[in-house]
Design a protein around this ligand. Structure first.
Ligand code: GLV
Length: 302
């Protein structure tokens, strides 16, 4: 089986993927974009890590696009993405677990004022704040997919009162949940329906001093609204792992904002050690004409 491997992978990473998958499926033959262009009719599957637009056009026998990323918003925004080809996103329990760890870390740090203490250390200031209990620190998780669901369960197990919302629950349910949330964690897929959902109207519905944790996509957040909400005390802190432009440009105000914690898109990285088996299972299913897993509904956007 001839497979195109392309996207956000350096040479070493690409080789590691090839080796891991060839171990599971020795018949695989690997192609990069240039090699696929030379023999487009040979390619029957593509393994892609957030590839640049245009990478997948002109492959007449493509039978599967397997994303190595959980989020497929960039792929779906590519007008040259072949229309009829099944597209699968990466759903890997190890990735969901990593995301749950990040959500838990951010929530604990907010509940126990650890970001405040980090700021105080930079100022050489010794000042103790009242210690809050997890059960008085309600968390609202947006998104109830593999990651949102795993994060919500981990937070609940740690003693936080957790509300979970997904788009299917409707706007009224979100309006009802927001006023209780000390921490708002975003794990929604980025779609036209969720783009810009983290905006002033939503921040204004949170209790004063709530915190935002965006672990999904930069496109969910209206950056100017966040800066305003932090400036006027509506929000106390934001933990951001994802940005409209990545890498976050050096001059961007988020870098040096004392109430924003910036992570370089690491909340849940694809882990080859487990994700290779997920991708291999779908390549095997394609070969054996079995049902493919984790397929994206393109109209829905995830
Ligand atoms: C990372 O953001 C991913 O979508 O896997």
């Amino acid at each position: 089986m001839d497979v195109l491997l392309c996207g956000d992978l350096d040479a070493g990473e690409a080789l590691a993927w090839q080796q891991a998958l060839s171990q599971a499926l020795p018949e695989l033959r690997w192609h990069d974009v240039a090699q696929a262009r030379a023999r487009p009719e040979a390619i029957s599957a593509a393994l892609v890590a957030n590839p640049p637009p245009g990478s997948l056009q002109g492959l007449p026998r493509l039978g599967l696009i397997q994303s190595l990323w959980a989020g497929v918003d960039r792929l779906l925004a590519d007008p040259t993405l072949p229309a009829g080809v099944p597209l699968a996103r990466m759903v890997d329990p190890a990735m969901s677990q990593a995301m749950a760890e990040t959500a838990l870390w951010a929530t604990l740090a907010l509940q126990r004022d650890f970001f405040v203490y980090a700021r105080q250390q930079r100022q050489g200031r010794w000042q103790q704040h009242p210690q809050r209990r997890a059960d008085e620190w309600p968390v609202l998780v947006l998104g109830q997919g593999a990651m949102g669901g795993t994060a919500a369960r981990a937070l609940q197990a740690a003693g936080f009162p957790v509300q979970a919302w997904s788009r299917g629950a409707g706007a009224a349910a979100l309006q009802q949940a927001l006023p209780r949330a000390r921490v708002l964690i975003n794990l929604l897929p980025l779609t036209p329906a969720t783009s810009g959902i983290l905006n002033a109207a939503l921040f204004n519905a949170l209790p004063r001093g709530a915190a935002l944790v965006n672990l999904a996509r930069g496109g969910h957040l209206v950056e100017a609204d966040l800066l305003t909400a932090l400036a006027d005390g509506r929000l106390s802190h934001a933990v951001l792992d994802v940005f409209g432009h990545e890498p976050l440009p050096p001059a961007h105000p988020f870098w040096r904002h004392e109430r924003i914690t910036v992570l370089p898109h690491v909340a849940a990285q694809t882990d080859l050690r487990s994700a290779a088996a997920v991708a291999a299972a779908n390549l095997r299913a394609l070969r054996d004409r079995q049902p493919l897993r984790h397929l994206v509904e393109r109209g829905r956007g995830y």
